[in-house]
Design a protein around this ligand. Structure first.
Ligand SMILES: NC(=O)c1ccc[n+]([C@@H]2O[C@H](COP(=O)([O-])OP(=O)(O)OC[C@H]3O[C@@H](n4cnc5c(N)ncnc54)[C@H](OP(=O)(O)O)[C@@H]3O)[C@@H](O)[C@H]2O)c1
Length: 247
C-alpha cells in the first residue's frame, strides 16, 4: 500500500489495536498523529517507532469523549502536518455487567467513549475532507455490535451505533469522494482482552473457526487497505476481522 504524502490521525494509539494501526499506516508511508488518554509512555513509544520509520509523528493527549478536545486535536494535526487525509476512530473501552447490574456510569462512559467519541472526531474532520474533496474514515466497531453479547449491552449498543454512524456518514460524504468504512474485530489479543476472565476468553476461543485469537496487526492490515487507493470503491461497509468468530 502506498500512503506516502498522506497524514493520518488515529484515536487511542498508545496500545493494542490503535498502536498496530498507527505503526502500519506509518510503515506504508503516512505521517501519523495519535491520541491517548492515560498511557503517555505507550504513546511516546509509538511516536518513537513512527519516527524510526522516517515518518513524521505526533502525540496528543485528548479524551475522545470531549467534543472540544476532538476539535482541538484535529486542528493540531492539520497545523503540524499541513493536511489530514485519514481518520481512524479506534479508541474504546468496555465496562461489562449484565443490564440489571449495570450502573448509569458504566452505561454513560461506554456510550460517551465508544460512540460519541467517533462522532466527535468525524464532526471535526468532515469539513476538512469535504473541502479537499477526498478523505478516508475508518471506525473500529466489534462483532458484538452486530450480534449483541451477554454482559455487554452498553458496549454492543455503542458498537452497533458506530455501524449506523459509519453507514450514514458514508452516504453524506460520498459525493465529496470520502470513503467511510467500519472494521469489526472479533477477539483480538490486547490488554482489553487480557483483562477478561479466562472463562470468557475460552468461550470466545471456542467460537473462532480459525482456532486462535487475532492479532492487532491483522486488524491493522485491513484498516491500511481501506485507507489506501486500492479500496477507493468501497464505502459504507463493515468488514469483520474475526477468524470466523461470527459467521
Ligand atoms: N481487543 C479486542 O478483542 C477488540 C475486539 C473488537 C473491537 N475492539 C475495539 O478495538 C478498539 C481498540 O481496542 P484494544 O483492544 O486495542 O483496546 P486497548 O488495548 O484497551 O487500547 C485502547 C486504546 O484506546 C484509548 N482510549 C480509551 N479510552 C479513551 C478515551 N476516553 N480517550 C482517548 N483514548 C482512549 C486507550 O488510551 P490510553 O490507555 O492511553 O488512555 C488505548 O490507546 C476499541 O474500540 C475496541 O472496542 C477490540
Amino acid at each position: 500500500m502506498d500512503l506516502s504524502g498522506k497524514a493520518a490521525l488515529v484515536t487511542g494509539g498508545s496500545m493494542g489495536i490503535g498502536r498496530a494501526i498507527a505503526l502500519d499506516l506509518a510503515a506504508n508511508g503516512a505521517d501519523v498523529a495519535l491520541t491517548y488518554r492515560r498511557h503517555a509512555d505507550g504513546a511516546q513509544a509509538v511516536l518513537a517507532a513512527i519516527q524510526a520509520l522516517d515518518r513524521r509523528g505526533l502525540v496528543i493527549q485528548a479524551d475522545v469523549a470531549s467534543f472540544a478536545e476532538a476539535q482541538c486535536a484535529v486542528e493540531t494535526v492539520v497545523k503540524a502536518f499541513g493536511r489530514l487525509d485519514i481518520l481512524v476512530n479506534n479508541a474504546g473501552l468496555n465496562r461489562d455487567a449484565v443490564v440489571w447490574k449495570m450502573s448509569e456510569e458504566q452505561w454513560d462512559e461506554v456510550i460517551a467513549t465508544d460512540l460519541k467519541g467517533c462522532f466527535n472526531y468525524i464532526h471535526a474532520a468532515a469539513p476538512i475532507f469535504k473541502e479537499q474533496g477526498c478523505g478516508k474514515i475508518v471506525t473500529i466497531t466489534s462483532i458484538n455490535g452486530l450480534r449483541g453479547k451477554f454482559g455487554q449491552s452498553n458496549y454492543s449498543a455503542a458498537k452497533a451505533g458506530v455501524i449506523g454512524l459509519t453507514k450514514s456518514v458514508a452516504r453524506e460524504l460520498g459525493r465529496y469522494n470520502v470513503n467511510v468504512n467500519a472494521v469489526a474485530p472479533g477477539l483480538i489479543e490486547t490488554d482489553m482482552v487480557r483483562q477478561a476472565p479466562q472463562q470468557v476468553r475460552d468461550m470466545a476461543l471456542a467460537e473462532i473457526v480459525l482456532g486462535r485469537l487475532g492479532t492487532p496487526e491483522e486488524v491493522a492490515y485491513v484498516v491500511t487497505f481501506l485507507c489506501s487507493d486500492k479500496a477507493r470503491h468501497i464505502t459504507g461497509e463493515v468488514i469483520q476481522v474475526d477468524g470466523g468468530q461470527y459467521i
